[in-house]
Design a protein around this ligand. Structure first.
Ligand code: GLN
Ligand code: ZN
Length: 776
C-alpha cells in the first residue's frame, strides 16, 4: 500500500486525556495533593500521547501548542503579557500560580485551602464566556489602555521542540492577533482592544521568528472571527497583521485557519492576505467551497475542513471524496489539504472506550480518534484515487445506510405528530390579560410574590447518595427515601421562611439536561465521552440519535410528592426544548429545528401531565436559548423563529389558569426582546442582580406586558445579600416596571451554593418583599 497522501491536519486534539488525566492532575495540584512537578509531568505525557496517536493515525500536520492547562485564550493572554495589574505580576516568567489565579481567582473557585498564595491574594478570576457558539468557555483577556505587550513565554516554541525531541515534526497552533484582541475586553471600556494592535504585533513577530529558528516550517494561526460580521476596520487589522508577520518571518508559512462558519463577506479580505494557506470550515459552511476555491491563489494551500470537529457522527467518506476530487484535480495535490473543520477539542476522544453503547449506534459514530482515521483515509483517497481506500469508504457507506434506515432512528408516530402541528398548538387559548385574571383566581398570591428558580444546594450528601446509587451501593428504595427526605425538608423550610411559590429542590437531578435526556427516547448517554466545558470542568453531552418522544412522565411523581406536603403552590420544573437541544450532540440527518420540535412535543406531554396532576404553575427553563444564537446576524431571525416556536409548542397546551414560567440565565436581552415577548410565558425570571436592574430598560422600552422576576440575589457568589440591598434593587426594578408585573427571586438556581449561604439570603429576600408590600 502506498503512503502517498495529501497533507492531513487535525487542527487540535482534546487536551483532557482519555481518562480525564488532566482534570485529576489539576485538581490534585490545586488541592495541594500533588506537586507542580507531577502536574507538569502528566501534561507532558498527555502531549506525547496526543502527538503519537495523531501520527499513528496518519495525520501529517500534527498540531503542537494546542495543549493548555486551562484554556488556550488564557495561554495567549499570558504569553503576550496581557496580565491585569491586580495579579501583581512584575515581569519575567509567569509562574503557574499566577496563571491559575487568572483562571480561577487567587483563592481558586471560591474553594478554601488551596494553599497557593501569591501577591494578588483575593483577586477574582478573569471573566469567562462562551467560545463562539460552542459549549467551550474561554477566559476573557482583560486589556488596559496603557497595556504593554511582551513575550513572557515561549510555550509554542517549547512544545514544538518537545515534540521534535520525540521525533515528531509539528505545526504549532497560535491564536491569531486579531481574534485575540477582538475577544478581549477593554478596561475601562473607553477604547477597543483592537486599537492596541500595533503594540501587540511585535510580540507575534518575535514569536514567529523564534518558531522559524526552532525549525518550524508551518504555523497554524487561528482567526475564527473571520466567520463573524466584521467592520471594515477589523478587516483592515488582518491586512496590517499578516503583512507585518510575513515580513518578520518570511520562512515561516502561515496556515490561516477559519472555522465555525463561512467567510462570506470576509472572503475577499482573507484571500488577499500574504499567507501560505487558508483553512475553511466545510462542515458548517459547505456552500462556500466554490467561491473560496476561486478566490485563493494558485500558490496557496487550500485546507478543506470536511470532517466535522463539532459533532460525533461518522462521515460519509464517499460523498466527501466525490466533492473534493475535482478540487484536487483543478488545483493540484500540492495546493490542497484535508482537515477537520475545527479543532477536535469539541468532541470526545475515543469511541473505543464506549463499550456499553448500543451496538448499532456505535457504528454510526466517530470521536476524535476515529476522525483522525477518517481524515487519513481522505488524504490517501485524494492522493491515490478512491480505489486505494475502497474498503474503508465502503464500510462508512454501509454504516451510514444502516443508520438512515434504522428503526431506532425514525419513529413514524413522532413524524406524524410533528406533521400534525398546527397554529393552535402554538398559541395559548387566551391573551395574557385574560390568563392573568384566570390565574389570579386559581392561585392567590400577594403583590411581589417570592419564589426561587428550582434547585437547592446539591450538598456532598446528595452527590454521595447519587453516586452510591449509581455504583450499586445504595438500593433504589433507599436512594428514593433519601431524596424524599431532602425534598420534604426543603418544602418545610420554604414554608417556614414564608416563600409564596415553592419548588421541590431538584435533588433527584444530576443535570438539567441529562435528567430529561435519560428518560426520553432517541437519546443516548456515554460513559467516558467527556468534552471540556472550561478548565477542569468537563461534560458528557447526550447524543440525540433518533426521533424523540416521552414514553413516561418524567417529573410528575416528584412534583406530586412535594405538593402533597404543602398547601402553598409548588412549581413543576422542566428544562425547555431549546436548552436540551443546545447542550446535546444533535443528529445531522434532519434539521436542528425539526429535532427541537420533537423535544417540544415531548415536553408538552410532560406539561400536560403535570397540569392533570394538579400543578398550577409550571416552569420551563430555557437557560441556553440565547447562547444558541447564530454567529452571523442575518441568521438570527430564523433561529429565533423556530426556538420561540418550540417554546410555545411545549407551553401552550395548558388552560388559562395554569401559569407558565420560564427562566433565563443571562442578562442581555436588548437584541432579542421581541423574541422573549413572543414566547409569551406568563412569568419570566432573569439574571439581573449584578447589572443594577439596567437590563430591565429593554423590557420597559418594549412595554413588555407579562410578569418578570428580576434576580435580586447573585447566586454566583457565596456572599449573602442583605435585605436593604435587595429592597434597593427592587426599587430600581419598580422604576422600570409596574408593581403588578414584579416577582422576587434569586438570579438562578441554588444548586452550587451551600445551605449556610442560601438560608440567610432567602430569609432576607422574603423580608425584602414584605417591606415593599408593607410600605405600599
Ligand atoms: N431550574 C434550574 C435550577 O434551578 C434552572 C437552572 C438554569 O436554568 N441554569 O437549577
Ligand atoms: Zn439560571
Amino acid at each position: 500500500m502506498s503512503n502517498r497522501t495529501l497533507p492531513v491536519a487535525s487542527l487540535g486534539f482534546p487536551r483532557i486525556g482519555r481518562h480525564r488525566e488532566l482534570k485529576f492532575a489539576l485538581e490534585g495540584y490545586w488541592s495541594g495533593r500533588i506537586a507542580e512537578g507531577d502536574l507538569l509531568e502528566t501534561a507532558k505525557t498527555l502531549r506525547a500521547e496526543n502527538w503519537a496517536v495523531q501520527r499513528d493515525n496518519g495525520i501529517t500536520q500534527i498540531p503542537s501548542n494546542d495543549f493548555s492547562f486551562y484554556d488556550h485564550v488564557l495561554d495567549t493572554a499570558v504569553m503576550v503579557g496581557a496580565i491585569p495589574a491586580a495579579y501583581g505580576w512584575t515581569g519575567g516568567e509567569v509562574p503557574l500560580s499566577l496563571y491559575f489565579a487568572m483562571a480561577r481567582g487567587s483563592e481558586g473557585d471560591g474553594a478554601a485551602g488551596c494553599g497557593h498564595v501569591h501577591r494578588g491574594h483575593g483577586v477574582p478570576a478573569l471573566e469567562m464566556t462562551k467560545w463562539f457558539d460552542t459549549n467551550y468557555h474561554y477566559m476573557v483577556p482583560d486589556i488596559a489602555e496603557d497595556q504593554v505587550f511582551t513575550l513572557t513565554s515561549q510555550k509554542p516554541v517549547d512544545h514544538f521542540l518537545e515534540a521534535k525531541a520525540l521525533g515528531i515534526h509539528t505545526r504549532p497552533v497560535v491564536l491569531g492577533p486579531v481574534t485575540f484582541l477582538k475577544l478581549a475586553k477593554a478596561r475601562p471600556a473607553t477604547f477597543k482592544p483592537l486599537d492596541l494592535l500595533a503594540g501587540l504585533l511585535p510580540v507575534y513577530e518575535d514569536l514567529f521568528r523564534r518558531l522559524a529558528a526552532a525549525g518550524a516550517d508551518w504555523v497554524q494561526v487561528d482567526e475564527p472571527i473571520l466567520a463573524l460580521d466584521l467592520t471594515e476596520g477589523e478587516r483592515h487589522a488582518f491586512k496590517l497583521s499578516y503583512d507585518s508577520l510575513a515580513k518578520a518571518a518570511p520562512g515561516l508559512k502561515v496556515m490561516l485557519t477559519t472555522y465555525f462558519g463561512a467567510l462570506a463577506d470576509n472572503l475577499e479580505a482573507a484571500a488577499a492576505l500574504p499567507v501560505a494557506g487558508l483553512h475553511i470550515d466545510l462542515a458548517r459552511a459547505p456552500e462556500q467551497l466554490d467561491a473560496v476555491a476561486r478566490a485563493v491563489r494558485a500558490d496557496q494551500v487550500l485546507s478543506l475542513g470536511v470532517i466535522d470537529g463539532r459533532n460525533i457522527w461518522r462521515a460519509d467518506l464517499a460523498a466527501i471524496l466525490d466533492r473534493l476530487t475535482p478540487v484536487v484535480a483543478a488545483r493540484g495535490a500540492d495546493a490542497v489539504a484535508v482537515a477537520a473543520s475545527c479543532s477536535l477539542l469539541h468532541v470526545p476522544i475515543d469511541l473505543e472506550l464506549e463499550t456499553a453503547l448500543d451496538a448499532d449506534l456505535r457504528t454510526w459514530l466517530a470521536f476524535a480518534t476515529q476522525k483522525l482515521g477518517e481524515l487519513a483515509t481522505l488524504g490517501r483517497g485524494l492522493a491515490q484515487g478512491k480505489d486505494a481506500v475502497r474498503q474503508t469508504v465502503n464500510d462508512a457507506a454501509q454504516a451510514i445506510a444502516a443508520r438512515a434506515s434504522s428503526p431506532k432512528v425514525t419513529d413514524p408516530l413522532v413524524r406524524g405528530r410533528v406533521a400534525g402541528i398546527d397554529a393552535g398548538m402554538k398559541t395559548r387559548a387566551s391573551a395574557f390579560e385574560d390568563r392573568r385574571a384566570a390565574q389570579a383566581d386559581a392561585i392567590a398570591l400577594p403583590l411581589f410574590p417570592t419564589t426561587t428558580i428550582g434547585s437547592f444546594p446539591q450538598t456532598s450528601d446528595v452527590r454521595k447518595a447519587r453516586s452510591a446509587h449509581a455504583g450499586g451501593a445504595l438500593s433504589y428504595k433507599d436512594y428514593e427515601a433519601f431524596l424524599r427526605r431532602e425534598t420534604a425538608a426543603a418544602i418545610r423550610w420554604q414554608e417556614e421562611i414564608g416563600l409564596d411559590v415553592l419548588v421541590h429542590g431538584e435533588f433527584e437531578r444530576n443535570d438539567m439536561v441529562q435528567y430529561f435526556g435519560e428518560q426520553l427516547s432517541g437519546f443516548a448517554f456515554t460513559r467516558h465521552a467527556w468534552v471540556q466545558s472550561y478548565g477542569s470542568r468537563y461534560v458528557r453531552p447526550p447524543i440525540i440519535f433518533g426521533d424523540v418522544s416521552r414514553p413516561n412522565p418524567m417529573t410528575v411523581r416528584w412534583w406530586q410528592y412535594a405538593q402533597s406536603l404543602t398547601r402553598k403552590p409548588v412549581k413543576g420544573m422542566l428544562t425547555g426544548p431549546v436548552t436540551i437541544l443546545n447542550w446535546s450532540f444533535v443528529r445531522d440527518d434532519i434539521p436542528r429545528s425539526e429535532t427541537c420540535r420533537q423535544i417540544a412535543l415531548a415536553i408538552r406531554d410532560e406539561v400536560s401531565d403535570l397540569e392533570k396532576a394538579g400543578a398550577k404553575m409550571i416552569q420551563i427553563d430555557e437557560a441556553a436559548l440565547r447562547e444558541g444564537l447564530p454567529l452571523r446576524h442575518k441568521d438570527w431571525r430564523h433561529y429565533l423563529d423556530w426556538a420561540v416556536e418550540a417554546f410555545r409548542l411545549c407551553s401552550s397546551g395548558v388552560a388559562d389558569g395554569t401559569q407558565i414560567h420560564t427562566h433565563m440565565c443571562y442578562s442581555e436581552f436588548n437584541d432579542i426582546i421581541p423574541a422573549i415577548a413572543a414566547m409569551d410565558a406568563d412569568v419570566i425570571s432573569i439574571e439581573t442582580s449584578r447589572s443594577k436592574m439596567e437590563l430591565l430598560d429593554a423590557f420597559r422600552n418594549f412595554r413588555y406586558p407579562n410578569e418578570i422576576g428580576p434576580g435580586v440575589y447573585d447566586i454566583h457568589s457565596p456572599r449573602v445579600p442583605g435585605t436593604e440591598e435587595m429592597t434597593g434593587l427592587l426599587s430600581l426594578a419598580r422604576q422600570r416596571l409596574q408593581d403588578r408585573q414584579l416577582w422576587v427571586n434569586p438570579d438562578c438556581g441554588l444548586k452550587t451554593r451551600k445551605w449556610e449561604e442560601v438560608r440567610p439570603a432567602l430569609v432576607n429576600m422574603v423580608e425584602a418583599a414584605r417591606r415593599l408590600r408593607d410600605a405600599d
